[in-house]
Design a protein around this ligand. Sequence first.
Ligand code: COA
Length: 205
Amino acid sequence: MQRDADEASSLNMAFFRSVTLSDLTPAISGDGVLLRPAQMSDCSAWIRLREESREFLTPWEPTWPADDLTRASFRRRIRRYAEDQRSDVAYAFFIFRKSDNVLVGGLTLANIRRGCAQAGSLGYWMGAAYARQGHMTAAVNALLPFAFDTLKLHRVEAACIPANAGSIRLLEKTGFTREGFARQYLCIDGIWQDHLLYAKLEGDR
Ligand SMILES: CC(C)(COP(=O)(O)OP(=O)(O)OC[C@H]1O[C@@H](n2cnc3c(N)ncnc32)[C@H](O)[C@@H]1OP(=O)(O)O)[C@@H](O)C(=O)NCCC(=O)NCCS
C-alpha cells in the first residue's frame, strides 16, 4: 500500500517537473509575431539582444542589476516568471518574429489584481534592431484578447514617461486612453519619474 502511494507521489513529482510554462500558457499568435513564455533555451538570445539594446532601453527601464545579463540571473528570472504565472500575479511573454523565429522583444502583463479590480499593468520592450517595424503593435494587439477573454480582466493599464514618444504612439495606436498623470510614479533609470497613465477597458474594444 505504502509502495503504491510512494510510486504515485514520485510520478506526480515527475509530472510537475516536466510541466513547463509553455504547457500552462499556450503561445499567442499575432500579425508576424509569436508570443510565448520564456524558457531556459532563450537565455543566449535574450542576453545578446539586451546587451545590443542596452543604450536604447536603459533610459526607459528600471536600473538593470549588475548581474542582469548572466545565465544565473536569467535562470532566476525564469523561475520568477513561473511562480508569478502559477499564482496569477503576472504573465510574461517573449516576442519572436514569425518569419525566422528570432527573439525581438518582450511584454508582460503584471501586477494582476483580482476581486473588484480585475486589472493588470502592461510593460514592454523591443530590441533596438527590431524597433519601428510594427512588432510591438502586433504583440500588444495579440495580447489584449488573452487579457480580456482568457484572463477575464476588465482593465489593462500602462504608464510611460511623457518624453517617450514611441510608447505614447504605441498605446494610442492600440486603443489605450490617456487617463491621467502621476507624479514620480516609477523609478526609471535611477530617477523617480512622472508618468502619463493610460488604460484600455474590456468594453473599449
Ligand atoms: C516603445 C517600444 C516598445 C515600441 O516598440 P516598436 O516595436 O518600435 O513599436 P511599433 O513599431 O509597433 O510602433 C508603434 C508606433 O510607434 C511609433 N514609434 C516607435 N518608436 C518611435 C519613436 N522613437 N518616436 C516616435 N514614434 C515612434 C511607430 O512609428 C508606430 O507608429 P505609426 O504606425 O503611426 O508609425 C520600443 O520603441 C521600445 O522598446 N522603446 C524603448 C523601451 C521603452 O520605451 N519601453 C517602454 C517603457 S513605457
